[in-house]
Design a protein around this ligand. Structure first.
Ligand SMILES: [Zn+2]
Length: 419
């Protein structure tokens, strides 16, 4: 990958970088770093001893501290200050790391650094009076915007085409989540469709650490081009908007489970696979292995969590406005989901199965609008948020800059924009 310096020397891109800098200042879309320091721990003094422990399953803070020779009262004090000052009460296996520092090999621990993410370190030090103090340090990140474009080939899935285009799996999952409001990945995918994604890559000291957020998406869908842009409103909240500034996040998802194949669509009349006679199919069936988590299609309140002969185990959610959704044939319900429970969009409400009148594991999904069943794949869904006049003006300005940036990055996979 070319360095930012190389871009700066390219005349037309200099303008672009400046443009993006203005844009980003305007919208403040990147994390404000409170306490700047170089990433990860570097050995500052020659004879200081450092050891890093990666938390594994079964590890507890007290066990790890006790292994380092800390006393019971010190462990209690450290646990208390970690909880009150850094909000850390439990360690996560395979995620958190702890570094122990000593003056010499055989001296007691003088500093403990808890590392919950590549971008945050919690430093614990003991003062002269033996009191443990806690200080949280945010790691400076260097954010780059990159652009990847691809095309669906014959027999492709969007996932395969995305991987081929060099889009990381995590970013593809986010793109799926966003596009699932607008399209159906089973039926709307055709060879020749082009797509592109602009997203963030986070670097520290010249090394890529992880990926950030999706900045913009474009997809040539059957119904026309779907475009989405991440935008920060004046009130500080961010959301995704289409080219006109309409909210891209809909109140409900057409396909609650990403990338699930449709095995039976909505229809006024169909031959029922179990009953044998013709009757309406009031929802859409998605193939899903038993145990596949089922997320709520939108935020709302659970109004039914029950069993009947047809639906088997099912959950019904009432959403804002006039919509309800129903999820049937579950093998089991998610813990804590009861009648009256408030759920957020994407929250797991149960697990796929084949209970009730069903020929195999799948999710039967219904959208009910004003008491009437509608086709989840075609119903026009309301947006969660639209922009006010002032935000819309800013959005249009922002969108033009992003489009211009994309134009310049096109067909140049080695270039990036320093944000
Ligand atoms: Zn069904």
């Amino acid at each position: 990958m070319k360095k930012a310096k190389d871009i700066m020397t390219t005349k037309n891109l200099t303008r672009l970088v400046v443009g993006m800098a203005v844009l980003m200042t305007l919208l403040a879309t990147y994390v404000v770093v409170t306490n700047r320091r170089p990433a990860l721990i570097s050995n500052t003094s020659g004879n200081e001893c450092r050891s890093v422990v990666v938390v594994t399953s079964g590890d507890t803070l007290s066990k790890l501290l006790s292994d380092q020779g800390l006393s019971h009262s010190e462990i209690t004090a450290i646990a208390e200050v970690l909880k009150s000052d850094a909000g850390i009460s439990t360690l996560r296996a395979d995620k958190d790391k702890i570094e122990f520092q000593r003056e010499k090999d055989d001296s007691p621990v003088s500093k403990i650094v808890v590392i919950p993410s590549p971008w945050r370190q919690v430093e614990l030090t003991c003062d002269q009076d033996g009191v443990w103090k806690c200080n949280t340090v945010d790691i400076e990140r260097d954010v780059r915007a990159v652009y990847r474009a691809g095309e669906i080939l014959d027999g492709d899935s969007f996932y395969l085409a995305g991987m081929r285009a060099g889009i990381p799996a995590g970013i593809l999952a986010d793109v799926y989540d966003l596009l699932a409001f607008e399209m159906d990945f089973e039926r709307d995918i055709r060879a020749g469709q082009k797509f592109s994604v602009m997203y963030e890559e986070n670097f520290s000291e010249g090394k890529k650490i992880d990926n950030g957020r999706v900045i913009a998406i474009s997809f040539q869908a059957l119904r026309g081009d779907v475009k989405m842009y991440r935008f920060r409103k004046a009130d500080g909240t961010t959301g995704y908007y289409d080219a006109e500034g309409n909210g891209a996040i809909k109140s409900l998802k057409r396909t609650p489970i990403n990338n699930a194949k449709i095995t039976s669509s909505f229809s006024g009349r169909r031959k029922h696979p179990v009953l044998g006679y013709t009757r309406a199919h009031k929802g859409v069936d998605f193939r899903a292995a038993t145990g596949t988590p089922i997320p709520a299609a939108g935020a709302g309140r659970v109004v039914a969590r029950s069993y009947n002969r047809g639906h088997g185990n099912f959950v019904k959610i009432r959403h804002n406005g006039s919509y309800e959704t129903l999820y049937a044939h579950m093998s089991r319900f998610a813990k804590g989901v009861n009648v009256g429970t408030t759920v957020r969009q994407g929250q797991i409400i149960g697990y796929a199965g084949s209970t009730g009148m069903s020929t195999g594991p799948h999710l039967h999904y219904e959208i009910i609008k004003n008491g009437k069943h509608v086709n989840p794949m075609t119903v026009k869904l309301p947006a969660i948020s639209n922009l006010g006049a002032a935000d819309k003006t800013k959005f249009v300005e922002y969108r033009k800059l992003v489009d211009k940036a994309i134009e310049q990055l096109k067909d140049k996979p080695n270039l990036f924009i320093q944000l």
